[in-house]
Design a protein around this ligand. Sequence first.
Ligand SMILES: [Zn+2]
Length: 122
Amino acid sequence: MKVCKICNIEKQLEEFRKQRRQCKACIAKIRSESPKDSSKLYYQKNKVKMYEYTKKYREENREKVNANQNEYIKNKRKCFDYSDEEYIKSEESWIRSAIEKYLKLTNKTHEKLKIKNTDRNR
Ligand SMILES: [Zn+2]
């Protein structure tokens, strides 16, 4: 006699396959309930379950999730602001030096033009 692991009924050894703790009836039942292409079905069921679980989790922990998201956005923004500021600073200094160079050049050309103009006017 052997006790089936699934139905917990003590059955004759003939009711079991070799080295199996489940009786033939239980194995047959499991097989009929789970056809070969059950993996897809299981996946779909699981997908829905997972979706419902995450939905439930979000609803139950809405504040927590929101806080996490806000924190994430803050951190991201901080990081972005910082790099943006740095970028603007470097850009500003570059533009300033460029403007100074340009002004120097134009001043020189202006002076030259002035000289030329005054020469013409004479
Ligand atoms: Zn059984």
